[in-house]
Design a protein. Structure first.
Length: 422
C-alpha cells in the first residue's frame, strides 16, 4: 500500500485515544518509546476475551476453559510467528524486565561463577544492567562494559578485544537503544560471541515494535521484548530462547503450572514453554498481544520501519534547525530506530517537555532508565521524541514549533546550529 499524501500510514482512526484533545488540539503523541497507544483491535480482543472466553488456562476440562486455553496458546503461536520463533521456546513474562531477570537468575546462577565476566554495553536500559550487576556480585563474576563511541555506536573491534580475554560468558545488549536510537548489529555481535563461546541476550524492547525482527535469523540465544511498546497491553512480555539452553536451565519462579509433578519434598518441571510460566499467566493480556502483532503484520513491518525512518529523518532535520539543540546518537535516520533524544542549551529537559506539553505535545524527559549512559554523555537528562505507526509529519512539525516557542519563553538567542554528537 503506498503511503498517504500526508506522510502517514493512514491508521490514526484505528486508535481511539486520538479523539482526545490536549491544549485545544488533537493529541500529539511522541512518546511511543515509553509505551505505544493501542488500536481498537487490541482493545476489542482483550475485552471480548474477558466478556466471552474468560477462564483460567491449563486447568479446566469444561468448554469455556478450553476456549481460554485455545485463545492463550493461539496468541503464543501468533506472537512466535511474528518474530520468526517457535511457540515452545516463546515464553510469556510480565514484561521485558522480567524476561531479562528470568535469564539472569535461571541461566546466570548456574552458568556464571568466579573468574567469569558478563559483558553489557554503556547504552543499556537499567532493565538490562541491574539484573547483571546482582548476578555478578552474587557469583563473584566481573561486569564489564562495551563503550559507546562518539557516534553513539558500539565497536566490533572492542567487542573482539573483550571476547579474546576468554572469560566472557554472557553478552547482553540492546537491539535498539532507547536513548541514542542506535540500531546495533545483532547478528554480527551474536556470531562473534558464539564463536568465543559466550551466550547472548538481546533486549528488543525498542526494536520489535518498529522493524522486522526474525529472532532465529539473528542467532542470539535469548531475545526479549515487551508487549505494551508493540501496540499490546501492559502486563505481558516475551522471552524467546534457545531450546537447548531453556531445557538445561532450572526454573525461575516456581509454583503452579510450571511443574510436571510435586511430591512432599520434590517436584519435576513442566515442558517448555510452561516450565518458565509459574502461576496464572497474563491471559487476556497475551490475547491482546496476539491481536497487536496481527495488526502490525497487517501493516507490514517493512512498511512500519520505513515510516518510522522517514519521521525520524524529519525529526533530525527539524531539530538541526533549532538553535542550541544537541542531538545524541547517530546523525542519520538509517542507523536509528524511531526516536531522537536531545538537549536544548539553557533549558532543562524537564522544562522542555513541560513547555511543549502546553502545546499538547507529549515527549519524555529524564534519564530514560539509562543513568550510566547519561554519565557517558555528560548530561543528567535529555528530552526524547519517539514515533509510532500513528504519527505523521504534522506531529513532528507540532513539536518543532513548540520547541521554537519554548526557546522564546526562555528568551534564548538563536545562534549556534545544532550539533550532532554521541
Ligand atoms: C531498551 C529497553 N529495554 C527494556 C525496557 C523495559 O521494558 P519494560 O518496562 O516493559 O520491562 C525498556 C522500556 O523503556 C526499554 O526501552
Amino acid at each position: 500500500m503506498p503511503p498517504a499524501a500526508d506522510g502517514s500510514l493512514g491508521v490514526r482512526r484505528d486508535f481511539p485515544i486520538f479523539t482526545r484533545e490536549f491544549a485545544g488540539r488533537p493529541l500529539v503523541y511522541l512518546d511511543s518509546g515509553a509505551t505505544s497507544q493501542k488500536p481498537q483491535a487490541v482493545i476489542d480482543a482483550q475485552a471480548s476475551h474477558l466478556l466471552e472466553h474468560n477462564a483460567n488456562v491449563h486447568r479446566g476440562v469444561y468448554e469455556l476453559a478450553q476456549q481460554a486455553d485455545a485463545a492463550f496458546e493461539g496468541a503464543r503461536r501468533r506472537v512466535a510467528a511474528f518474530t520468526g520463533a517457535i511457540p515452545e521456546t516463546t515464553i510469556f513474562t510480565k514484561n521485558a524486565t522480567e524476561a531479562i531477570n528470568l535469564v539472569a537468575y535461571a541461566w546466570g546462577r548456574s552458568n556464571v561463577g568466579p573468574g567469569d565476566a558478563v559483558l553489557v554495553t554503556q547504552m543499556e536500559h537499567h532493565a538490562n544492567l541491574v539484573p547483571w550487576q546482582l548476578l555478578c556480585r552474587e557469583r563473584g563474576a566481573e561486569l564489564r562494559y562495551l563503550e559507546v563511541d562518539g557516534r553513539g555506536e558500539l565497536s566490533l573491534e572492542a567487542l573482539d578485544g573483550e571476547l579474546a580475554r576468554g572469560d566472557v560468558r554472557m553478552v547482553a545488549f540492546a537491539h535498539v537503544s532507547n536513548v541514542l536510537g542506535t540500531i546495533n548489529p545483532v547478528a554480527e555481535i551474536a556470531r562473534r560471541a558464539r564463536e568465543a563461546g559466550a551466550v547472548t541476550l538481546v533486549d528488543g524492547a525498542q526494536a520489535v515494535p518498529q522493524m522486522p525482527v526474525e529472532v532465529h535469523a539473528l542467532g542470539a540465544d535469548f531475545y526479549v521484548w515487551t508487549g505494551h511498546k508493540a501496540l499490546g497491553p501492559t502486563g505481558v512480555g516475551v522471552l524467546h530462547g534457545s531450546r537447548e539452553l531453556l531445557e538445561r536451565m532450572p526454573p525461575f519462579l516456581t509454583g503452579g503450572d510450571m511443574i510436571s509433578s510435586v511430591d512432599f519434598q520434590e517436584a519435576t518441571w513442566n515442558e517448555l514453554p510452561w516450565k518458565f510460566e509459574a502461576g496464572t499467566p497474563p491471559i487476556a493480556e497475551a490475547v491482546g498481544l496476539g491481536a497487536a502483532v496481527e495488526y502490525l503484520d497487517g501493516l507490514g513491518m517493512e512498511r512500519v520501519r520505513e515510516h518510522e525512518r522517514e519521521l525520524t529523518g524529519l525529526l533530525l532535520d527539524g531539530l538541526a534547525q533549532v538553535p542550541g539543540v544537541r542531538v545524541v546518537g547517530p546523525p542519520e535516520a538509517d542507523s536509528r530506530g524511531g526516536l531522537v533524544s536531545f538537549t536544548v542549551e539553557g533549558i532543562h529537559p524537564h522544562d522542555v517537555a513541560e513547555l511543549v506539553s502546553r502545546e499538547g505535545v507529549c515527549i519524555r524527559a529524564g534519564h530514560h532508565c539509562a543513568q550510566p549512559l547519561m554519565r557517558c554523555l555528560g548530561v543528567t537528562a535529555t528530552a526524547r521524541a519517539s514515533v509510532g505507526v500513528y504519527n505523521e509529519p504534522a506531529d513532528v512539525e507540532a513539536l518543532l514549533a513548540a520547541l521554537h516557542g519554548a526557546r522564546e519563553v526562555f528568551a534564548l538567542e538563536g545562534s549556534a546550529a545544532a550539533a550532532q554528537v554521541g
